[in-house]
Unconditional design. Structure first.
Length: 316
């Protein structure tokens, strides 16, 4: 069973001061990792700094905090360039990078950049090849690769990453094929709601239900096979520190337009943690037993309120 650790995703980071403040604060509060998304359009998450450059700056003002991407869109960078940039960040941070990557899903972003938004199967196929290339490029011998999407002829990359055989690879995944791929290839799997063919992420409440989460975890384990216990399961969660559990669950549902959803249904969602800190800690332990999740990520908006949980459970 994996020990607990916790990450912060920098949802409100817009300026250098924001970045250094969140990084130092996350480290002081005992969080494992500062994570940044990878988007260059404002919607749906707000404007963001370029993740690899910003994370280099965050690493330079901290000493133990890990830095990671949640997650890079594979189509936005050729794997040769990504391998070099990631290895450089790992070197400059003293081996603190977690490299998160996914297939890319936001159609409007592709359109704004003039990039073709190919069918999901093709995007996932490119990601599969990219992962193989990245692992080879992080290695110690020249890379020779000829695939359907990428060709590399005898490339010997510099610098080498500090972490061996490569920085921990996180794959963000929500669909059956992606979750199996992540189980097979990743060190960390970030479980998401599934991406839809129209280039959005599913808002269906069913994506948050216990049976759906159990199925997603089962697909990861199918992909992982004998190494299933070595794969760290991660999820972004919605914590609400409150004394009145049911009333807070009802408000949580109302804020998301789930007017018809009963409080009990909200409270059963594996990604929702509502109540006093002790209740939330009990739920985190229970859900690790049930699903295997040990690496939870919260918004920087919640990092201070959630800090007592982090202090109590980290490393447990």
């Amino acid at each position: 069973m994996q020990p607990f650790r916790f990450g912060v995703i920098g949802e409100t980071v817009r300026t250098p001061a924001d970045l250094t403040d969140r990084a130092r604060r996350a480290e002081d509060l005992g969080y494992s990792t500062l994570l940044l998304r990878d988007h260059f359009v404002e919607e749906p998450f707000g404007h963001q700094l370029a993740p690899l450059i910003a994370l280099t700056a965050a690493a330079s003002v901290t000493t133990t905090l890990r830095v990671g991407t949640q997650v890079l869109a594979n189509d936005y960078r050729h794997p040769v360039m990504l391998a070099k940039e990631a290895a450089t960040l790992d070197l400059l941070s003293g081996g603190r990078l977690e490299l998160g990557i996914g297939a890319g899903w936001l159609r409007d972003e592709y359109a704004s950049a003039g990039m073709a938004f190919d069918a999901a199967g093709e995007r996932v196929g490119r990601l599969e090849e990219s992962i193989q290339l990245l692992k080879s490029l992080f290695g110690t011998t020249p890379t020779h690769y000829a695939g359907e999407h990428y060709t590399v002829a005898g490339l010997d990359t510099f610098p080498a990453p500090v972490q061996r055989p490569h920085p921990p690879l996180m794959i963000g995944a929500g669909s059956k094929r992606m979750l199996r791929l992540a189980g097979r290839e990743a060190d960390i799997v970030g479980v998401l709601s599934k991406a839809l063919p129209d280039g959005t992420i599913s808002g269906d409440v069913a994506e948050r239900r216990p049976d759906t989460m159990a199925q997603k975890v089962a697909w990861i384990r199918e992909g992982a096979g004998d190494r299933a216990e070595q794969v760290e399961l991660s999820m972004m969660i919605s914590p609400v520190i409150a004394d009145d559990v049911r009333e807070s669950a009802s408000r949580f549902a109302d804020a998301r337009g789930w007017d018809a959803l009963a409080a009990d249904e909200v409270l059963a969602m594996p990604s929702v943690f509502i109540g006093p800190a002790e209740r939330i800690m009990d739920l985190i332990r229970q859900r690790r037993e049930e699903y295997g999740f040990s690496y939870y990520v919260v918004s920087d908006r919640a990092m201070d309120a959630f800090a007592p949980v982090v202090a109590k459970l980290s490393g447990d």
